[in-house]
Design a protein. Sequence first.
Lengths: 113, 112
Amino acid sequence: NAGVTQTPKFQVLKTGQSMTLQCAQDMNHEYMSWYRQDPGMGLRLIHYSVGAGITDQGEVPNGYNVSRSTTEDFPLRLLSAAPSQTSVYFCASSSHRDKSEAFFGQGTRLTVV
Amino acid sequence: GEDVEQSLFLSVREGDSSVINCTYTDSSSTYLYWYKQEPGAGLQLLTYIFSNMDMKQDQRLTVLLNKKDKHLSLRIADTQTGDSAIYFCAERRDNQGGKLIFGQGTELSVKP
C-alpha cells in the first residue's frame, strides 16, 4: 500500500516554463487536495477535489490548474512558472467515510529562477 | 491559514511539558488535528479530536478542546529531543467539501 505518492521530489524551473506535479493515491479516497508550504504561513490550500470530475479552488489558486479524470490521480499544473511559486508542495487525500485522517505525500520542493 | 492561528516558536527543556496552542474560527468544524513535520519531511498525523469531545489522551499527548473559545491545545509530557519539529493544527470543514485549514505551524525546540 503506497499511500500518497508525489513526483518529482525536487524541481528547478526557469521563469515562464510549465510543468506538472503528479499525485497519486491507492486508497480509493474521494477527496484530494494540493497545498503549498511557505515559511511562517503554514499550509495554504491551492485546489481540491471531492471526487472524479469535480475540482474547486482553494485559498491561493492563481497560476495553478488541476484536473481529476480518475479517482487515483490529481495532477497540479503550473502553466507559466513565476519566482513567487517557489515553495514546497504537498498533495493530500482523505475519505469521506473515515474523517479522522488526511494522508500526505512527501512533498515536492520547487524552485523557480 | 489565516483563519487558524498558532504562535510560531516554543522552546522547552528536555523532560519538561510542552503546550502548543491554536485558535480556530469555524464553529462547524467537525474534526481538529495535530500534525508533526520533521525537517525535510511530510506531515505526520499525531492525533485528532472530534468536535463533541473536550479532551483526548494518547500516551504522552493530551489534546484539550474549548469549543466556546474555539481554542485547541496539544500538551506533550516529558518532552524529548526527538519531539523537536514543527507542529500544525488544522480544522476540517465538512460544509466546504472537507477542506483542511492549517495554522502557520509552531516550531518546537527541545534543549537538552
